[in-house]
Unconditional design. Structure first.
Lengths: 276, 229, 404
């Protein structure tokens, strides 16, 4: 177990510089966004109300009140999030291929560790997951800070104060941070499943190379088909035999099953088929 | 004892190994010799389960390789197995973290012997020093068997001498070593057993001492005979 | 600290994500609780009332809201959990699913193909076939005997099934082993709608008759028309004597700017006597101009709910005498919101009326009227329980009245 945690720590360390840089970009960009959007709102309000003599109510009716929500719709806010997501998606692949590429052949070392090889697979998966959670956590901590900064800049009657929860529920963040913990577990559980399935596909490629690309694609296709089979079958047959709750439970079972299949297949590939 | 039993390996249609069998004993230095591309590296990879074979079996101390085996047998490939951004000390720390058989004392000793600095980054090292670090990381493990892939290739003469020195030292002592090389000169006098390979098969297997005493031939003499015919 | 990476990421994640979800679980949702404030009448009348709509906080996205006397429930329409237990499922379907889980399996959220009395629960729908075999129309009939739990199920092909584009079951009635299924279907390539009554002998599992009761050209040279079946309340247990439709006729009119628009020119009430199989078509008096989906048929009476200048209006129309029997006005409901109008529902002998819109300045009104007597049994308002919980600019739009 300690070896596994060491492996996770090690995997995290290999991406840490870029990871911290991404966090830095997110913090700077989002806070800059709050400051810029707040100031431009205030100057628009001043111009309209004091120069063009538009009544306050009318200005609010057309422009709305200022809140963090207005910032969340801007590139300042969503841009770094998109960047982080893109970086992590890229890293899902790169976390494997970097061990094969270049002059160093770190994969030799990893495969020769006196631990079950599936731990390599799991440690890479857990690292990705932890990095995702880290981003989510940073965003959750940033939101109250951003609210405070907005309060400093925008006077009380020009703004709506919102809690982190309210901001999330009214913005795109909702898809990343669902409103209940059960959903959080389900969303990210599905995410782990997807990451593991992609990992397995990568291992197919690493084991059988060109032929493996096809096998990997077939594996991904099959898992997608199996996962959505209850819904697909019902849509094709046009009979909705199962109650939503039953479909839901069935999907959870299928998801857990696919995670097991993915881990088992990867275990087999790493043990018997992998080539440096 | 490492037993390689009738292993075959294909890359696509090309047969790289075709029924290779040999044994390597503890306390002996066994050399796999052959011109480049005859599958020497593939054999070492196969022993370490770093590449699958199509048929045949490999036993290490009568067991198929498993995770515990990696505390008993190690492989020093011809490229460094550590990340280039690590320092030598970090690489040593990594080994200590994961291997129970890591011998820190010996590692420190080797560091001094090779005149390496722990704070140096692997990526900044010369080719010779990189090879030494690679060797150090393998030699500092208290393992029964040590596999080395072309430890002398592309390295300056002084580094070569230093590495060759290792073979006569207590660092090798009673371990079993399998070494692949096509430059036999540096270590000819050290080798106990030679396995000559050609086109994926073992064409001759002999004990250097026997050949020297009975037939008065050096390893190179035998090689000449075999490869010229 | 060699393991700072794994330790710090784990701790930060657990603390931040944990704190967020603990906080959002502990915090009451930030949305206001709505209550029904009675002005006159009997509070019991709204006990089973369920209003559904959307709530908009200031600058916020809409939330689905369900208001009952027992409390206000919000649900986020993107939530996964809403998919599992959808808020929009008809309460009657919900009850049936709870009581007859096996029988209700695979049946959609549509009350029309069901008939229920004390002894029987009947389902008669037209199955459209699978995605592969489209428009393979079959009657799918299932009768559950409540006491024994036995189900009799059979399928029959729809006669002349290739003639139709779609077939909807509008109503199902059952009496003395005879099942009547009233359908609306469109004829292929003809732009024509038909209403049929199919009669089945359930014990013999046979179709007895297929009666075309009405056929409508939807479009003609001068305009177009649409026909709605008036829903009939079949909870009384008595068999309905009539089926009734409202046909709305529209004519193309050229406006001053040359643009063409449709104008309602007449409303006809079409009745079909199930016993005598006779059709009767009469023009409705001008007073009746509301949406026909707010109408309900009980025995020989058709009750129309509609907006009026005073607020809401309930008109009782007698099919036999072809006259308006009574006309009840509800003038309490907020009149300031002509744009938004009223929501109505007739259920078990009562009409429920509510304003579509509420905000801080104009509380939406609710009224309940007894159909037989025309008596207003309840009048009240939708209020925010604690005004502090609702932002000044909140808006509430209702879209459905349901009675459980």
């Amino acid at each position: 177990m300690t070896r596994f945690l060491k492996l996770v720590n090690f995997e995290l360390g290999r991406f840490m510089k870029i990871y911290l840089a991404l966090i830095g970009i997110t913090i700077i960009s989002q806070i800059a966004g709050v400051i810029i959007k707040s100031n431009s709102y205030i100057s628009r309000a001043n111009e309209a109300i004091y120069e063009d003599l538009v009544p306050k109510e009318e200005f609010f009716a057309t422009e709305g009140l200022m809140s963090v929500l207005q910032v969340t719709r801007s590139l300042w806010f969503m841009g770094p999030i998109a960047l982080c997501i893109a970086a992590l998606i890229f890293y899902i692949f790169f976390i494997w291929y970097r061990d094969w590429f270049g002059k160093n052949t770190f994969i030799y070392r990893l495969l020769m560790l006196p631990t079950a090889r599936i731990q390599i697979f799991l440690s890479k998966g857990v690292s990705i997951l932890l990095m995702v959670f880290g981003f989510v956590a940073i965003q959750l901590m940033l939101l109250p800070i951003e609210s405070v900064i907005l309060k400093w800049i925008v006077p009380l009657d020009y703004r709506i104060d919102m809690t982190a929860g309210e901001i999330i529920q009214n913005s795109y963040l909702q898809t990343l941070i669902p409103s209940t913990f059960i959903e959080f577990v389900l969303y990210y559980g599905a995410g782990i499943m997807a990451v593991f399935i992609i990992f397995t596909a990568i291992l197919f490629e690493r084991s059988f190379r060109l032929k493996g690309v096809l096998l990997g694609a077939i594996f991904v296709g099959m898992t997608v088909l199996v996962f959505f089979s209850p819904i697909l079958i019902m849509e094709i047959m046009q009979t909705y035999y199962l109650y939503p709750i039953e479909i839901f439970i069935l999907e959870i079972i299928l998801g857990l099953m696919l995670i097991s299949v993915s881990i088992w297949t990867s275990h087999f590939l790493l043990k018997k088929k992998i080539a440096v | 004892m490492i037993e390689v039993k009738n292993i075959s390996k294909k890359y696509g249609r090309k047969k790289v190994l075709n029924g290779v069998s040999f044994t390597a004993n503890k306390g002996e230095i066994t050399s796999l010799i052959g011109i480049n591309g005859v599958g020497k590296t593939t054999i070492l990879n196969a022993i370490m389960a770093l590449t699958p074979v199509n048929s045949g079996e490999i036993l290490i101390n009568n067991e198929k390789i498993n995770k515990a085996s990696y505390e008993k047998i190690t492989f020093i490939p011809d490229a460094i197995t550590m990340l280039p951004q690590m320092t030598i000390a970090e690489a040593m720390q990594f080994m200590q973290d994961f291997y129970e058989s890591w011998n820190q004392e010996r590692a420190t000793e080797l560091l001094g012997f090779f005149k390496l600095k722990g704070s140096d980054k692997i990526s900044s090292l010369s080719k010779g020093n990189t090879a030494k670090v690679n060797l150090l990381l393998g030699l500092a493990l208290d393992v029964d068997f040590l596999l080395m892939d072309e430890p002398f290739s592309g390295i300056d003469i002084f580094s070569r001498e230093q590495i060759a020195e290792v073979f006569t030292s207590h660092l090798i002592e009673d371990r079993g070593v399998i070494i692949t090389t096509h430059e036999i000169n540096d270590i000819e006098h050290l080798i106990d057993k030679v396995i000559l390979l050609d086109e994926g098969t073992v064409i001759k297997e002999f004990n250097t001492e026997e050949v020297r005493e009975n037939e008065g031939k050096s390893v190179i003499d035998v090689m000449r005979e075999v490869y010229r015919t | 600290m060699r393991y700072w990476k794994i330790i710090s990421i784990t701790i930060i994640s657990i603390l931040a994500i944990g704190a967020f979800y603990i906080q959002s679980a502990l915090a009451e949702n930030n949305f206001p609780d709505f209550t029904f404030t009675i002005k006159s009448g009997d509070e019991e009348a709204v006990e089973n009332l369920m209003l559904q709509g959307s709530y908009y906080g200031e600058g916020e996205k809409g939330q689905n809201v369900t208001i009952q006397t027992t409390g206000t429930a919000y649900s986020n329409n993107n939530s996964l959990l809403d998919l599992i237990n959808p808020y929009y499922i008809n309460p009657k379907i919900k009850r049936l699913q709870k009581e007859y889980r096996g029988f209700m399996r695979g049946k959609e959220n549509n009350i029309a193909p069901f008939y229920e009395d004390e002894k029987l629960l009947v389902y008669a729908d037209v199955d459209w076939g699978s995605m592969i075999n489209d428009q393979d129309f079959t009657f799918d009939i299932e009768v559950l005997e409540k006491e024994s739990g036995e189900t009799e199920a059979f399928e029959l092909e729809v006669p002349e099934k290739n003639k139709y584009d779609y077939i909807y079951v509008e109503n199902v009635q059952m009496a003395d082993e005879e099942l009547k299924v009233i359908t609306r279907q469109s004829v292929k390539r003809k732009n024509q709608n038909e209403f049929h009554v199919y009669r089945f002998d359930v014990s013999a599992q046979k179709l007895i008759s297929d009666d075309l009761i009405a056929s409508y050209q939807e479009e003609n040279d001068t305009g177009w028309s649409y026909t709605d079946l008036i829903s009939s309340s079949n909870t009384s247990g008595e068999e309905n004597k009539y089926i009734a439709f409202v046909k709305t006729i529209l004519e193309d009119v050229q406006g001053e700017g040359g643009e063409i628009y449709s104008e309602e020119v007449a409303k006809e009430l079409v009745t079909y006597n199930l016993e005598t199989k006779q059709m009767k078509s009469t023009e409705l008096p001008d007073e009746i101009n509301g949406e026909s989906h707010n109408a309900v048929l009980i025995g020989k009476m058709v009750y129309f709910g509609q907006d009026s200048e005073a607020g809401g209006e309930l008109i009782a129309y007698n099919i036999d005498s072809e006259e308006i029997d009574s006309n009840q006005t509800i003038d309490l409901l907020s009149k300031e919101q002509e744009d938004f109008g009223l929501l109505m529902k007739i259920h078990e002998g009562k009409m429920y009326v509510a304003n579509l819109f509420s905000d801080r300045d104009t509380n939406g009104g609710i009224a309940v009227i007894e159909l037989d007597t025309g008596e207003i049994v309840y009048e009240g308002f939708i209020n925010v329980e604690n005004l502090k919980t609702a932002p000044p600019g909140y808006e509430l739009f209702l879209n459905e009245i349901m009675v459980q």
